[in-house]
Design a protein around this ligand. Structure first.
Ligand code: NIG
Ligand code: FE
Length: 408
């Protein structure tokens, strides 16, 4: 076998078991190869195994000097494009106001919508680039980015165009999602908004390939289940994947809807109970949990342990956004999932790689095996568990995307 590159000196090469992931098993086991090597050809992994078993040729060799190598992380849920800040919300919450009270009073997400509307596309791209670089440095090689601070059809398109621009010069792969976030306050306008989303926005987004999925925030103070069903059914008709922000503060039927419509994932789940856990355990919809939100807002942690014990596929993301989760590290999200949601270190890595890929409908990312993208991390440690153990200083020494070392 003739390849472009051979990575050697790998003390541990860690990956989720591919065969299990392909069978759709909820939580794959981890495979750890000691004294490993990995060969790369055309940006993809050509061979992985014990170094002593390599018999091919490589145009170049990189010796990582006894480091652990893990798959590049997939961050399946971010709102990385926004303008303005939510520092006054942060102060108000510290003084006792809740996130929901601030939102109901016209602030919170609505204040970010106003600031985002006032920014130019160039400003939005420049602001988001810094955040995407931080996530990449933390280990994310694929990052989902949502719109949702637009609040008009034109503004949502502008956000998606900013994400498209961001994707053009990001080292990490960017996956765009159209988020239908917050409804207008007026009932008539609310109805018109749904009609515009289904009649104008989704068809344009699908035709121009501006997003691969549509997400709806289902909550007492956001969209209701019947409205979300209309929007998501329309997204499906246009060949787009579907996702929901669901059960963040109240369990109002979002999980039930997502499972019934075959959503790629339902995300948040801090308020999910036994019924929702059982539903997710019996279906292929991924349960994406976002521990940064529980930490930042002081709300209950999503029942990660119970979801996994019941048989659900759990993924973890940062939910990077200014209001509920200013968490700029995808590796830290995994570290928090171990502390706050009861995942084991092994489960956290599966949740942040192969299951996060599933939550985005991606098949050849999140694993280190022949045929997959050569997206991987070289740690500054010989033990991969440092990735989810350390807090506050990153154990990620190098980030490689498509077989190239990136400097973010
Ligand atoms: O995932 N809760 C809904 N949406 C976002 C927060 C957005 C914001 O507060 O700006 C979330 O938590
Ligand atoms: Fe979110």
């Amino acid at each position: 076998m003739k390849t472009d590159l051979l990575i050697t000196g790998v003390a541990q090469l860690v990956t989720a078991e591919g065969a299990e992931a392909k069978r759709g098993r909820a939580m794959s086991a981890l495979k750890i190869i000691d004294d490993a090597a990995m060969a790369v050809l055309d940006g993809h992994i050509a061979w992985v195994g014990r170094a002593s078993e390599w018999t091919g040729e490589a145009a170049a060799t990189v010796d990582v000097g006894g480091a652990a190598v893990v798959p590049g992380l997939i961050d399946p849920h971010t709102h990385a494009v926004w303008a303005g800040d939510r520092l006054s919300d942060f102060e108000a919450r510290a003084a006792g106001a809740t996130y929901e009270e601030i939102l109901a009073g016209g602030g919170g997400i609505r204040s970010t919508v106003r600031a985002t509307a006032a920014a130019t596309r160039e400003e939005l791209v420049a602001l988001a680039k810094v955040r995407i670089n931080a996530l990449t440095r933390s280990g994310a090689t694929t990052i989902e980015v949502k719109s949702g601070y637009g609040f008009s059809m034109a503004a949502e398109i502008a956000m998606l165009e900013a994400i498209e621009r961001l994707a053009e010069d990001s080292a990490a792969q960017i996956v765009a999602t159209l988020l239908v976030h917050i409804p207008p306050a007026d009932v008539t306008e609310r109805r018109e908004y749904v009609e515009q989303v289904c009649g104008d926005l989704i068809p344009v987004v699908a035709r121009r390939g501006l997003a691969s999925a549509v997400d709806v925030f289902v909550e007492r103070d956001a969209w209701h289940v019947d409205e979300a069903e209309e929007i998501l059914a329309c997204a499906k008709q246009h060949g787009l994947g579907i996702k929901l922000h669901s059960d963040q503060f109240h369990s109002v039927g979002g999980v039930e809807l997502g499972v019934r419509l075959g959503a790629l994932s339902v995300d948040h789940l801090e308020a999910a109970g036994e019924t929702q856990i059982a539903l997710l355990a019996g279906n292929t919809t991924v349960a994406t949990i976002l521990p940064g939100v529980s930490l930042h807002l002081g709300i209950p942690a999503a029942p990660g342990r119970k979801l996994i014990d019941a048989g659900a596929a759990v993924a973890v993301g940062t939910d990077l956004n200014p209001g509920s989760s200013p968490l700029y590290s995808s590796a830290a999200a995994l570290a928090l999932a171990v502390r706050m949601n009861g995942l084991t270190a092994q489960e956290a890595l599966v949740a942040g790689t192969v299951n996060a890929a599933r939550a985005l409908g991606l098949n050849d990312q999140g694993r280190l095996e022949a045929g997959c993208a050569a997206d991987f991390l070289v740690l500054d440690s010989g033990d991969w568990r440092d990735l989810v153990y350390r807090m506050g200083a990153s154990p990620v020494r190098e980030v490689w995307v498509g077989g190239r070392k990136v400097g973010a």
